[in-house]
Design a protein around this ligand. Sequence first.
Ligand code: FE
Length: 222
Amino acid sequence: MSDKQVELNEHGHELLAWSDDSRHDVDEADHYVLMADAIRDLLIEKGVIKAGDVREQLEFMDSRSEDMGARIVARAWANPDFKERLLANGTEAIKEFDIPMLDAELVVVENTNEFHNMVVCTLCSCYPRTILGMPPDWYKSKTYRSRSVNEPRAVLKEFGTDLADDVAVRVHDSNADMRYLVLPLRPEGTDGWSEPELAKLVSRDSMIGVSPATEPATEPET
Ligand code: FE
């Protein structure tokens, strides 16, 4: 057994660090935060990275949001050549937006009237963060990760997406090497719209595949 660290409290009673029950209150998230901090400090101490690298990376990730993805989808809707390139090689195609994929490849999957695509990471929380920003909490939850592969239609229904029986669902499991982006169906009544106008109809959830793109608002009655 390891050495006991014996400390005394204000009443002179022994406090045993390793048997102190209050330490069990630390939840799992805190544990991983502590571990991440320790690893970062060690990498800096060993000269593998600099403290500024961590800050720069955090700043970069904070600057990402689903607006990037919405611009990509809008261009694919508006420009058939771009759409073809995007579906053939997502990683290459998004370079024209100056969006890096870092170490992962981007695979873009297109929703059609026959197929509906949805994305999950069953193992952890892999997500195209440089395109959509940080994933929502539900995406990282065990419930979504397990249910989206076991009963995707039921999950979609809870998101308000009720698919017709003749639409097949394809669930894509992301991993460290492969990130997926759903190209939602272009809403009806948007012919001739500009890319910035189209982009406003593209929600984060439609690019994860749990909801359709937003329908254009009908003209207000005058
Ligand atoms: Fe993951």
